[in-house]
Design a protein around this ligand. Structure first.
Ligand code: PEP
Length: 249
């Protein structure tokens, strides 16, 4: 059984004033049986980690190298030093904006594991790929190429995020989510054996309070990676509660 994780990706949103939203989440506590993760912009990491309590803090990317001449980048050990325990890698926005390939994501995942961070490795098809019937082929190729051989439940989370569902309000049907998650679970078990059954599989793409419970009821969905609805505590809290309800059942 994989652990349950509600992860928030603030993307390039927020200044110090936004930490009030994190404080509001912290004040409610983390329900039993689930983990909650907030990934703020890098300049907020240290301040976020200082007030996060039981909520885990993560970066949104890291460089594959430990240090060096890479202006503007941060390394995995820098994130760890700032108080992060997770890092999102291979988000479709980074794959699109920065041309990150599966091999690049895999090198970053190795660096993250080396620094003692858990990597949230993102994969997902474009609308064209879905309409061409290539979804499973695309996500399985990304999964294989993006995960290092050392991936395990203690250093890796996989997030299935259809590119066309991110920030659009469009969500795949529950059947479509179930089909992909079941294929990803099978691929993880085929590669990593029983340990592949314990790697959390998150769904991401326009998750909100109104659809979270239905999505969390889909087999092999172990939580969510949430963008827009993680920016406000009032929007993220019901998603966390919906995940906690699956544990209480
Ligand atoms: C994301 O940024 O990973 C994401 C899923 O965004 P949203 O929830 O806004 O679609």
């Amino acid at each position: 059984m994989a652990r349950k994780l509600a992860a928030g990706n603030w993307k390039m949103n927020g200044t110090g004033a936004s930490l009030g939203e994190l404080e509001a989440l912290v004040s409610e506590g983390v329900p039993q049986g689930v983990e909650v993760l907030i990934c703020p912009p890098a300049p907020l990491l240290t301040r976020a980690a200082a007030l996060a309590g039981d909520i885990a803090i993560g970066g949104q990317d890291c460089h594959a190298a430990v240090s060096g001449a890479h202006t503007g980048d941060v390394s995995a050990i820098m994130l760890k030093d700032a108080g992060a325990s997770y890092v999102i890698l291979g988000h479709s926005e980074r794959r699109a904006d920065h041309g990150e390939s599966d091999a690049v994501v895999r090198a970053k995942a190795e660096a993250a594991a080396g620094a003692g961070l858990q990597a949230v490795v993102c994969i997902g098809e474009t609308l064209d790929e879905r309409e061409a019937g290539q979804t499973l082929q695309v996500v399985e190729t990304q999964l294989t190429g993006s995960l290092p051989d050392t991936a395990s439940a203690s250093n890796t989370v996989v997030a299935y995020e259809p590119v066309w569902a991110i920030g659009t309000g469009k969500v795949p049907t529950l059947e479509q989510i179930g089909e992909v998650h079941s294929a990803l679970r099978a691929a993880l078990v085929a590669r990593f054996g029983a340990a592949g059954g314990d790697i959390p599989l998150l769904y991401g793409g326009s998750v909100k309070a109104g659809n979270a419970a239905d999505i969390f009821a889909v087999p092999n969905v172990d939580g969510a990676l949430v963008g827009g609805a993680s920016l406000k505590a009032a929007d993220f809290r019901p998603i966390i509660s919906a995940l906690a309800a699956t544990v209480a059942e």
